[in-house]
Design a protein around this ligand. Structure first.
Ligand code: CA
Length: 225
């Protein structure tokens, strides 16, 4: 398991590195925002510890940018205890939040919990039947049931809904969704995703103009619930 630390304070990096190595993780560190986004892309971490106050780009913007292409759990580290920061962090796709100074054991426990959660999402990708609220998908027969009624979904809309349902209540970035549904070398129109989201909303939402399932996360992507 590899953990990326994005943190500009040298003493904090040293302390985290020692703690995480002791826990058996491989550690990669980035010292500012842009370097953190780049490292998330190139080192493919299993989890990211992200400082909120960073030079270059602040932690919230780094989180937003990483979320566009990655679903790795992100735990934000901050000296601020303001509730507003916490809420904003979670809205842009962070999974958890730890306020400095933190107890090493508590951080280690939260890291383990997030990694477990990520593994359970990976397993959901292989499930043959996905159920959430009033929507059910039979992946092998490719049948979608919405509020007890079978709904015909074209292949890309079905695949999109499947990715959403395997990742409930997670912020999924635009590039991540394009990669998963259209393939990594997708070269087409960037609006393709939005168009398919609109079609999907028309089929699964009670009120497509006020979606309850597929929520837009501005500047990042979508969240399904
Ligand atoms: Ca800092």
């Amino acid at each position: 398991m590899r953990i990326l630390i994005v943190e500009d304070e040298e003493t904090m990096v040293t302390a985290l590195r020692a703690l995480l190595s002791r826990e058996g993780y491989q550690v990669v560190a980035a010292r500012d925002g842009p370097e953190g986004v780049e490292a998330a892309k190139t080192t493919l971490p299993d989890l990211i510890l992200l400082d909120l106050a960073l030079p270059g780009l602040d932690g919230l913007e780094v989180c937003r940018r990483i979320r566009r292409f990655s679903t790795a759990p992100i735990i934000m580290l901050t000296a601020r205890a303001a509730e507003g920061d916490k809420v904003t962090g979670l809205e842009v796709g962070a999974d958890d939040y730890v306020t400095k100074p933190f107890a090493p054991r508590e951080l280690a426990a939260r890291i383990r919990a997030q990694i477990r959660r990520a593994q359970s999402y990976a397993q959901a990708d292989d499930e043959t039947v996905l159920q959430m609220g009033d929507i059910a998908l039979d992946v092998s027969s490719r049948i979608a049931m919405v509020r007890g009624r079978e709904v015909g979904l074209p292949p890309k809309e079905f695949d999109l809904l499947r990715v959403f349902m395997a990742n409930p209540d997670r912020v999924l970035g635009r590039d991540y969704l394009l990669d998963r549904v259209w393939g990594e070398d997708y070269q087409g129109d960037v609006r393709t995703l939005d168009v398919h989201i609109r079609w999907l909303r028309e089929k699964i939402e009670r009120d497509p103009s006020a979606p309850a399932h597929i929520l837009t996360v501005h500047g990042v992507g979508y969240r399904f619930r």
